[in-house]
Design a protein around this ligand. Structure first.
Ligand code: SAM
Length: 344
């Protein structure tokens, strides 16, 4: 198995059978993580980039079976941030050292192109040294273009799963994988730094699905890849499924680092929720980005994608000092930087 890991490091690719072997065995995880860490250090050193996550709205027109803010969840207490709220988040984030703001939310028609372009251009005007990342789901080519022209730099849109049959089991019929993928290619064509990604251990997922996810990412060549374990939410149709495994999520992160040495790989909130040291473990397995929560504390609990999503501990932006200390204790340092991808 060690020779497979070395081969992946050198060639950045393996056959499907070799990938299957690697994905399905935990025996050499510590070697895999140490090689992934070396590769990450060779590109990004010990720098950890931070992103201030602003959760704009938990209204969503979609009904993804796994997601706590899905339209049919009548228990979700809905909210929307105003432009003033968002500018206030950016102000406190900038003072804390954030140079990237991520505006994420459900697919909420209230946030028209006009409203969003105004927000994006105001942030860019006030903080010209900062990057703006959007993560607002599927929109038209024209909409993405308008937002890009207003100053947005990056867009995160996880493909969720790369095979239609599996996609169909996670989403209702009005959502298609075809459109999700088309959106990602549109975003790339427009000039965004694009992020895709998937949940690990989502219901019905097989190793074949994970291999297909890796193959799709090879085709897309994104700048950012966000993955994390699927975690259940009590008010969704998937409430009785098992949570995705932390171990497999870390292994996939390390495999991604070897296949995509230059990618920006967040150690996600879902990892931090699955395990109290999940974020540190993600960094040690090859991650190089963390996304502390900058949303107003009054709404954080309401953006509950899965049960017990962490929001008031060291992942909160105000606790950046604690997060820095935790990162330093494992040999990394949080830097004040836009943290752009080094090469794509
Ligand atoms: N609406 C935007 C979109 O569709 O990309 C952004 C918000 S969406 C809630 C952000 C991500 O949360 C999704 O891409 C999904 O992978 C993740 N997510 C949602 N429910 C989850 C769950 N139960 N466990 C883990 N991740 C989840």
């Amino acid at each position: 198995m060690k020779n497979l890991i070395d081969k992946l490091r050198t060639t950045k690719d393996l056959s499907n059978d070799e990938l299957r072997e690697l994905i399905e065995s935990s025996e050499f995880d510590s070697y895999l993580f140490s090689v992934a860490d070396e590769v990450r250090r060779s590109v990004y050193g010990t720098d950890i980039y931070i992103r201030g996550l602003i959760e704009l709205t938990n209204y969503c027109k979609n009904d993804c079976y796994y997601c706590g803010i899905r339209r049919s969840n009548k228990c979700a207490e809905r909210y929307r941030l105003s432009k003033e709220d968002i500018m206030e988040c950016c102000k406190s984030g900038y003072e804390l050292g954030f140079r990237t703001f991520v505006l994420q939310g459900g697919e909420d028609a209230f946030f028209s192109d006009e409203i969003l372009c105004d927000i994006v251009s105001s942030i860019k005007k006030e903080y010209p040294d900062c990057a703006v990342t959007l993560s607002l789901g599927e929109r038209s080519y024209e909409s993405y273009k308008r937002l890009y022209d207003a100053g947005a730099d990056r867009y995160l849109l996880r493909h969720e799963t790369a095979l239609t049959e599996h996609y169909r089991r996670l989403h209702p019929d009005n959502m298609t994988l075809e459109n999700r993928k088309a959106c990602l290619f549109n975003l790339k064509e427009i000039g965004y730094q694009v992020g895709a990604g998937f949940m690990v251990g989502s219901p019905y997922q097989t190793t074949d699905n994970l291999i297909a996810d890796l193959r799709f990412l090879q085709e897309l060549q994104p700048s950012m890849i966000g993955i994390g374990p699927f975690l259940t939410h009590k008010d969704t149709p998937f409430k009785d499924f098992e949570n995705g495994s932390l171990e497999l999520s870390l292994r996939m992160l390390a495999i991604l680092r070897l296949m995509f040495p230059y990618a920006l790989l967040p150690s996600t909130t879902a990892l931090g929720t699955a395990d109290k040291d999940g974020r540190e473990k993600g960094i040690k397995a090859g991650g190089n980005v963390v996304m502390p929560n900058l949303s107003p504390s009054s709404v954080r609990k309401k953006y509950e994608l899965y049960d017990d999503k962490i929001c008031t501990g060291d992942e909160a932006a105000e606790s950046l000092l604690n997060l820095s200390k935790r990162m330093e204790s494992i040999g990394y340092k949080i830097v004040v930087s836009r943290g752009d991808v080094k090469k794509c």
